[in-house]
Design a binder for this molecule. Structure first.
Ligand code: CP
Ligand code: NVA
Length: 300
């Protein structure tokens, strides 16, 4: 593994090895056992979108690993004034040990990797969110004990979260059902891949997708960059909500995950979110541990 550009580049063994290291680093963090595995290393963090979890967990994670992180807002970089990504990649490769980037186009992340000479980590694009799903997988395994015979239901927009969940969950052997309105389906190639294995269903019917689910997942109706479509999306996604009725269709003891930030009353009700807050905030915490494992694998 040279980069983390998308989960489709990882085998089941690659993912397991990240999750196992993440568990170990979590244990060491909780028990104040120092693990300076990236001493002297510097991570550049390029953001062209907002972030709470990704920014803080990468920065704190790098500190806990004995290295340091630089927050690089794209507005302040020459990148924001039109310097090409391929030049930025070659320059930053001479200063940094790795780059985490959150941006719009997946091709920009791929170009950083192509033209740079250091590990690149995708901190979210419109296409996918691999770091989030590694933390999600870690959380599912912690709560459920294993991935065996689990069904994951995702309710909402078929964009970055749905795409990465399809790849990550199916790679680990879980069945996936996506409930989304027509016109908001996940990436067609990923849908074909999942269906070819008999592991994926995509349906407009939320209750059907939730039937027998062990993990119920949702995400905002309007993602970053889609603020202008908020009203259109409120209409399109009305009914695509994780609520008590949906949870009654899921298996008893089903867990709920949300990448956050959450919009209560839209994609999830207050009561479901609060009833499953332990799982959802454990998931947020696990961003730290999972990303530390990714950084150690790529940069140590
Ligand atoms: N889930 C997630 O990526 O959160 P942030 O946007 O706060 O980084
Ligand atoms: N789909 C959301 C995920 C946020 C973590 C977005 O792209 O804004």
């Amino acid at each position: 593994m040279k980069h983390l550009l998308k989960l489709a580049d990882m085998t089941q063994d690659d993912i397991l090895s990240v999750l196992n290291l993440a568990d170990q680093l979590k244990y060491e963090t909780k028990h104040d056992i120092a693990h300076p595995l990236l001493r002297g290393k510097t991570l550049g963090m390029i953001f062209t979108k907002s972030s709470t979890r990704t920014r803080v967990s990468f920065e704190v994670g790098m500190y806990q690993l004995g290295g340091q992180a630089l927050f690089l807002s794209s507005n302040d970089l020459q990148l924001g004034r039109g310097e090409p990504i391929k030049d930025t990649a070659r320059v930053l490769s001479t200063y940094l040990s790795g780059i985490m980037i959150r941006t719009f186009r997946q091709s920009d992340v791929e170009d950083l990797a192509r033209y740079g000479s250091i590990p690149i980590i995708n901190g979210l694009t419109d296409y996918c969110h691999p770091c989030q799903v590694l933390a999600d997988l870690m959380t599912i395994r912690e709560v459920k004990g294993s991935f065996d015979n689990l069904k994951v239901c995702f309710v909402g927009d078929g964009n970055n979260m749905a795409n990465s969940l399809i790849v990550g969950c199916i790679t680990m052997g879980m069945r996936v059902a996506i409930a989304c309105p027509h016109g908001y389906e996940p990436d067609a190639q990923l849908v074909a891949w999942g269906k070819a294995q008999g592991m994926l269903e995509v349906t407009p019917d939320v209750l059907r997708a939730a039937e027998g689910a062990d993990v119920v997942y949702t995400d905002v109706w309007a993602s970053m960059g889609q603020e202008g479509e908020a009203d259109l999306r409120k209409a399109a996604f009305a009914g695509y909500q994780v609520n008590d009725e949906v949870m009654r269709r899921a298996n008893s003891g089903a867990m709920v995950l949300h990448c956050l930030p959450a919009h209560r009353g839209e994609e999830i009700t207050e009561s479901v979110l609060e009833a499953h807050a332990d799982e959802i905030f454990r998931e947020a915490e696990n961003r730290l541990h999972a990303q530390k494992a990714v950084m150690v694998k790529l940069m140590a």
